[in-house]
Design a protein around this ligand. Structure first.
Ligand code: DGJ
Length: 516
């Protein structure tokens, strides 16, 4: 069965006994709800070199009547994926999808008395199921467990389905917390001991904001929420995060009992300066990572949906040492997204990458080129993950969209590589340097592979001058290096640098030597 395993500092997804790199794309929300509509896109997915589709499974479609399951939408999806040689990561649109509960079946929507919603301070309900209701939790867990049992039945041998995301972008809005009577009573009650024990036993690795709140209030091991963490919206958010996490835990655990595929949750990220309640609060955000870990141990990892331009910064917030790292959603930026894939996989050992609304891409997009390169390199990448012999570089972009084109230095083995994103001859790049980047692997003591676009690399080594012996461009076919042109003369600036032009992705291998 697909599972996660550590390789050095990285976590890999293992499928059929071998590590697997997800070159993914996530479907738009409604695309898989009509199998005939979905059918048209598989040739495109093939041209984009995808090996995995992330696709929703919605509660309303699989359990239209309580207790009566209809898995035709799931079976149809699996059938189409198999017919086109693709794998799937399924997204459980259960109690919550982008905070809201729009994907719950009609019988849930219509029975507010039994299956209650979160409430505003004035007592009005909102279209968000309350995480404080055992009925809600059990109904979701039953449906999810039925889905996982069905997957076991139809897919335990083929392994078309690799992982499952539990819920989608859980969050509370427009207030920091639910104000139902049950929620009010629990908020006035003690902080659960399980959360406090977790904080105490993980004190040194806690997210800085959380540790500060807890310690500045005396690092108490018992007491009410506002006593332990101080009053205010941030504490209300912690309270909600704990209850969302424990609810998701019940759902994930029920699913794992039926079929223990790797499971994760995804986060809608936030703009700096916004207060809880002004954004979908209490999801698996960086400042709440510990609360989610403590509350939802059956969830294997937390993943970011990175739509902001500062991809590098957000990715780093989730790729913490020892944590599995996967990007289930990222924005549809045809220029930056492919370079971000090289960075996430090369630098942060991502087990996969997946731009959102993949059916809106075109076969001529840069993503297809980047994925073609990653597809060729996948066996090599997987071999080098977690052992410090691989990096990814791209110019970081700020939240405001300012691209930092400063030269980056990376040390790999005995050599330091200086990677520039601007043109070495001072020509203005046709479209700026956003989207430039590379994945670099050390192949031997004097040999490096550089894959990417729009970069120039020079080399240095302590105690000697680093010279370029030779550079070859080429391709990996069936995992074997097939060399192409020997790049010298103008292509290497007469042996001074390695250069991949900005007009397309390429792979080059360079051999270095030392002289004095
Ligand atoms: C993030 C959500 O997780 C997706 O389902 C989708 O709604 C996108 N946002 C839309 O940009």
């Amino acid at each position: 069965m697909p599972h996660l395993r550590a390789q050095g500092d990285a976590t890999q997804l293992v499928v059929d006994g071998k590590p697997f790199l997800i070159l993914g794309g996530e479907l738009g929300n409604s695309t898989a709800s009509d199998l005939d509509y979905l059918r048209q896109f598989w040739p495109l997915f093939d041209s984009l070199h995808l090996n995995t589709i992330l696709a929703p499974v919605s509660w309303e479609l699989i359990e239209p009547v309580e207790g009566r399951f209809d898995f035709s939408s799931v079976d149809g999806l699996i059938g189409q994926a198999r017919a086109h040689g693709e794998r799937l990561v399924l997204l459980w649109f259960g109690s919550w999808k982008n905070s809201m509960s729009s994907y719950v079946p009609a019988w849930v929507k219509r029975d507010q008395a039994r299956l209650p919603r979160a409430e505003l301070p004035d007592g009005r309900g909102i279209e968000i199921l309350s995480p404080f209701s055992a009925e809600n939790r059990q109904a979701d867990a039953r449906a999810f467990a039925a889905l996982m049992a069905h997957l076991r039945e139809v897919d335990a041998r083929r392994h078309t389905v690799l992982m499952v995301q539990v819920e989608n972008e859980v969050g509370m809005i427009p207030n920091a917390r639910d104000h139902s009577d049950v929620a009010n009573a629990l908020f006035a009650g003690p902080v659960p001991g399980a959360l406090l024990s977790y904080l105490a036993s993980h004190r040194d690795s806690l997210a800085p904001g959380l540790r500060e709140r807890w310690e500045s209030n005396g690092a108490l091991m018992e007491g009410g929420w506002e006593r332990v963490f101080g009053s205010g919206a941030a504490t209300e958010e912690l309270f909600m995060a704990w209850h969302f996490a424990t609810y998701v835990e019940a759902v994930a655990a029920a699913g794992k009992r039926a079929y223990p595929l790797p499971m994760f949750v995804n986060a809608a990220l936030i703009r700096p300066g916004r207060q809880p309640g002004e954004y979908p609060s209490a999801g698996p955000l960086p400042h709440l990572i510990d609360v989610w870990r403590a509350g939802a141990p059956s969830v294997d990892f937390l993943a970011p949906d990175i739509y902001f331009p500062n991809f590098v910064e957000w990715a780093r917030a989730y790729a913490r040492p020892g944590d599995p790292f996967f990007v289930p959603e990222t924005g549809r930026n045809p220029v930056a997204t492919p370079a971000n894939a090289l960075f996430a996989i090369g630098r942060l050992d991502a087990m996969g990458f997946s731009p959102f609304a993949i059916e809106r891409y075109q076969a001529s997009d840069r993503l297809a080129e980047a994925y073609a390169v990653l597809q060729q390199l996948a066996p090599l990448i997987l071999e080098h993950q977690g052992d410090g012999s691989m990096v990814g570089v791209c110019p970081p972009v700020s939240l405001e969209g300012v691209v930092n084109d400063t030269v980056q230095e990376v040390r790999l083995g005995d050599y330091t590589l200086r990677v520039a994103f601007t043109d070495p001859f001072g020509r203005a790049p046709a479209q700026g340097v956003e989207g430039h980047g590379a994945l670099i692997i050390q192949l031997g003591p004097d040999e490096y592979l550089v894959a990417g676009r729009g970069i120039t690399a020079t080399f240095s080594t302590p105690g000697a001058i680093a010279g370029i012996e030779s550079i070859r461009e080429g391709q990996y076919i069936g995992g074997r290096w097939v060399p192409g042109r020997l790049l010298n003369g103008d292509e290497s600036h007469q042996g001074r640098h390695l250069r991949i032009p900005e007009d397309s992705f390429g792979i080059q291998r360079v051999r270095l030597y030392r002289y004095h």
